[in-house]
Design a protein around this ligand. Structure first.
Ligand code: UGA
Ligand code: MN
Length: 244
């Protein structure tokens, strides 16, 4: 079945590099439908050109973060508007398959997508390099879920990383109110709770009973603000980020 990969993205110097790396992972996987959702009021034309170039089945959508959250100085609900837009697209266009939230800057082993492909309800697996404990994972004993390991449990029922779970499309469609809350730190837990009735013991454990890491929560280093490049001088180059 198809894996619908929902990827929030926003404008920044690393954006084209991050999306290229993710796309070229997805190019190696069969039956992927990539939903790339920009945190923006308009579609960036250069991203349209970029996405088209990979040959991965995709839709280019937009969903700006609401103004009231943009003003917040501390933790913002990053990627939430985008992911909810992706869920809306799924509700309007998909009938079966699996949904996965793949942020644009993580690192994905191609085998992960085939692990999640047969998800019946909700599946989970470890995520590397996550929080200060270095790992976020369901804890499995004798093939049974007995808890969660995460640097920040914070009273969450599902203390997992965004990259650590997938949901069956059919299961999602049976829950028309399921969506992600604008609650920094509680996006995953909030979303998984809206899948009720669903309890932790129903989680399908992947990656060899959660003993293998197939995805890492990497973050691309921010560079110094770039010099004001002379766009006139470079206008005949193919540097995508200079096109607008
Ligand atoms: C962590 C979690 O893994 C995210 O799922 C969660 O949304 C985020 O924290 C959070 O703080 O809420 P982190 O690596 O810190 O992720 O966040 P980013 O990778 O910067 O952002 C998550 C996703 O949202 C990315 O795909 C990014 O492109 C997108 N994003 C980020 C936006 O669309 N708009 C923004 O203003 C910032
Ligand atoms: Mn990230």
């Amino acid at each position: 079945s198809t894996v619908y990969v929902i990827t929030p993205t926003y404008r920044r110097p690393e954006q084209v590099a991050d999306l290229t790396r993710l796309a070229q992972t997805l190019m190696l996987v069969r039956d992927i439908h990539w939903l790339v959702i920009e945190d923006s009021h308009v579609k960036s034309p250069h991203l349209g050109v970029l996405l088209q170039s990979f040959g991965v089945r995709y839709n280019h959508l937009i969903a700006p973060m609401p103004e009231r959250f943009k003003k917040i100085r501390g933790a913002k609900p990053k990627g939430v508007a985008n992911r909810n837009r992706g869920l809306k697209w799924i509700r309007q266009n998909a009938v079966e398959g699996v949904v996965y939230f793949a942020d644009d800057d993580n690192t994905y082993d191609v085998r992960l997508f085939n692990e999640m492909r047969n998800t019946q309800k909700v599946s989970m697996w470890p995520v590397g390099l996550c929080t200060r404990t270095g790992l976020s994972t369901p804890i499995v004993k004798n093939g049974q879920l007995v808890g969660f390991y995460d640097g920040w449990i914070a009273g969450r029922k599902f203390p997992v990383d965004m990259a650590g779970f997938a949901v069956s499309v059919k299961f999602l469609l049976e829950r028309p109110n399921a969506q992600m809350p604008y609650k920094p730190g509680f996006e995953e837990d909030g979303f998984l709770r809206t899948l009720a009735p669903f309890e932790p013991h129903q989680i399908e454990l992947k990656a060899d009973n959660c003993t293998k890491i197939l995805v890492w929560h990497t973050q691309t280093k921010k560079n110094e603000p770039s010099l004001n490049v002379d766009k006139e001088k470079y206008k005949n180059t193919n540097i995508l980020s200079l096109k607008d």
